[in-house]
Design a protein around this ligand. Structure first.
Ligand SMILES: [Zn+2]
Length: 252
């Protein structure tokens, strides 16, 4: 209880700080969103306003840091990564993944000293970071219908972890009953993936339940109609879990 009170107090002061020093979106930011972020350009005027308000909070509360030769984080980097966070969490008014305060951006695949291997991206809740390779991020966005999107993948990992972290006033936002239903259906898919290399989901999703969730969310946003046709129950459970249905915006 004390922990909860403390975390809601921290949250209160963070909100206060955010309202004073908010990063405001300008015309050039909106132009980038309209031309390069299809999810945004498809929204209604009302939802666009909501999206922008959320994005301003994300850009204000997170630090975007260049690594491995990126000396300056560009406007486009900040906006497109921030917009991906807003997209994945758009079903909730307040969710903004506070555990992950810093976004590290490498130009290309990078060597991770944590796992001692090359990576395109990763999340680390202890260090409070989401890491992406910018070239892989753009590659994921270039084909918006192939079900492969690094940004969505890493943010889905962060979302699933944030749901479990109780110390910062943002946890348990997944409806427990829906999550149980999702887990039951996901387990079956994991089983299929372990036998069948020609599954709807790519092989990486078969590594464990965390990778499956991230891969499923990539497909949810990029191939919603195909995903629904393949497994309507699993798709439906993610609609309820994330409180949005991308089929509304994407035509078949
Ligand atoms: Zn992953």
């Amino acid at each position: 209880m004390i922990g909860y009170k403390l975390s809601s107090t921290i949250r209160f002061f963070e909100d206060l700080r955010t309202s004073f020093f908010k990063r405001k979106l300008e015309a050039s930011d909106l132009f980038i969103l309209e031309s390069k972020f299809p999810y945004y350009s498809r929204l209604s005027t009302v939802h666009k306003k909501e999206f922008c308000e959320k994005l301003e909070v994300v850009l204000t509360t997170k630090e975007f840091i260049g690594r491995g030769g990126i000396h300056m984080v560009s406007q486009e980097m900040e906006l497109l990564i921030g917009a991906t966070i807003v997209m994945v969490t758009f079903g909730w008014k307040k969710i903004r993944l506070p555990q992950f305060k810093r976004i590290l951006i490498y130009p290309n695949v990078y060597y991770s000293s944590i796992s001692k291997s090359y990576h395109k991206g990763e999340v680390n809740p202890k260090l409070g970071v989401i890491v992406v390779s910018w070239s892989s991020f753009l590659e994921g966005m270039a084909d918006e219908k192939d079900g492969v999107n690094l940004g969505i993948h890493e943010i889905a990992h962060a979302l699933k972890l944030e749901n479990l972290i109780k110390s910062n006033g943002e946890s348990d936002f997944f409806n427990p009953e829906t999550y149980r239903e999702y887990s039951r259906l996901a387990e079956k898919e994991l089983e299929i993936l372990s036998h069948d290399s020609a599954s709807f989901f790519r092989k990486e999703g078969g590594i464990n339940e965390h990778e499956f969730f991230a891969v499923a969310v990539e497909n949810f946003f990029e191939r919603p109609h195909e995903f629904f046709a393949y497994n309507p129950d699993l798709y439906g459970s993610i609609v309820r879990l994330l409180r949005q249905d991308p089929r509304v915006w994407i035509t078949k």
